[in-house]
Design a protein around this ligand. Structure first.
Ligand SMILES: Nc1ncnc2c1ncn2[C@@H]1O[C@H](COP(=O)(O)OP(=O)(O)OP(=O)(O)O)[C@@H](O)[C@H]1O
Length: 332
């Protein structure tokens, strides 16, 4: 994918900005010196393990709790200073209450009045989230996925420029997640902005163009999802007539991250298949086949956070030719 095309002009004022945000709850430091930017027109994923401070940060951005230190701005202003908050930011937080005895439509009419939009906006937003058939059903009968859609419809009432969604994929199956991805991409295509949180990178990987990754309240990565992919390129796995000789030839060209796998293939980091083939050819080593292994971003994410993925080798070049188990279980 890349929803990267949707990123707004570089000079545009960021939609959301956290500057040195910290939040202390008694002995718990939920968020620590957190700074990041959500550019206008981007779909930014806000990802971290459970308890890493995502909801607390979103609450600070939305003016629902006061930071211990630091500041948060929405289109350049503190949330409380926005003239028309519901028309600026639509919010889906876990805590958004839907009265179980209210119908979906009834719920939206209450919020439409609170936000100050006409009643006919309620059926419109129901249609946007695919709930038009169940508008007269009580929300208490809804599945978690349907409640998530209703929460999104509520966020859309004010036709906002920015959506802030806390774990909106919770309760959605694969189809629901695909639907949400299309919805958010269409939203961003019109130049609007999304900040979407998740404890699973996998849930938002296909949706977002930027990532802010947090762990224990602190920033561990901010940037384009493609930058993260590029910084963790997969190894080239090569079946050849002579793995040891190939490793020596590669080493002579400065490519020293090479390991012989149990199946005899050479796993080479920091290069491309074509380069390996060229060096092998020059060294008189025959290549029977090669493949570039797939890098699972979820594993990269877990290795960056307290998700504790068992130590993955993405490190500096191996000093010498080694035998190693293949952590990827072979090519895909
Ligand atoms: N009101 C509060 N009082 C005390 N501690 C709190 C409060 N809110 C959050 N915390 C603590 O702050 C830390 C961060 O919580 P937060 O809910 O922001 O994380 P999260 O990343 O959103 O987690 P999850 O993915 O489980 O929702 C946790 O240790 C949590 O227990």
């Amino acid at each position: 994918m890349s929803a990267g095309e949707t990123t707004g002009p570089a000079h545009a004022r960021p939609a959301l900005e956290a500057v040195g945000l910290s939040k202390q709850f008694g002995a718990v430091r939920a968020v620590s010196e957190l700074s990041f930017t959500v550019p206008t027109g981007s779909i930014t994923g806000f990802v971290g393990p459970h308890g890493s401070g995502k909801t607390t940060t979103l609450r600070m951005l939305l003016g629902l709790i006061t930071p211990t230190t630091g500041s948060a701005v929405v289109t350049g202003l503190p949330f409380a200073a926005l003239a028309q908050p519901a028309r600026t930011v639509g919010v889906v937080l876990d805590s958004l209450g839907v009265h179980p005895n209210r119908t979906a439509l009834g719920h939206l009419l209450v919020y439409a009045a609170a936000v100050g939009v006409p009643d006919d906006r309620a059926p419109q937003v129901l249609g946007m989230v695919g709930l038009e058939q169940v508008g007269r059903q009580r929300a208490g009968t809804f599945s978690l996925g349907m409640r998530q859609r209703l929460a999104l419809a509520t966020a859309m009432l004010g036709n906002p420029q920015i959506l802030v969604l806390d774990e909106p994929a919770n309760g959605l199956g694969p189809e629901g997640i695909a639907w949400l991805r299309d919805f958010l991409r269409a939203f961003a295509r019109s130049g609007r902005t999304v900040l979407v949180s998740s404890h699973l990178l996998r849930e938002v990987e296909q949706t977002v163009d930027r990532l802010v990754i947090v762990d224990r309240g602190s920033l561990v990565f901010e940037g384009g999802i493609d930058d993260l992919r590029r910084s963790h390129t997969g190894r080239v796995l090569v079946a050849s007539s002579d793995a040891a000789r190939l490793a020596l030839a590669l080493g002579a060209e400065g490519i020293t991250d090479a390991q012989v796998l149990p199946d005899g293939r050479l796993a080479v980091g920091g290069t491309l298949e074509a380069e390996v083939a060229e060096i092998a050819g020059a060294a008189g080593v025959r290549i029977f086949g090669s493949v570039t292994e797939h890098v699972d971003l979820e594993q990269v994410f877990a290795s960056m956070t307290s998700g504790q993925y068992a130590a993955q080798h993405y490190g500096p070049p191996a000093p010498q030719l080694q035998h190693a188990t293949d952590p990827y279980g072979g090519p895909r």
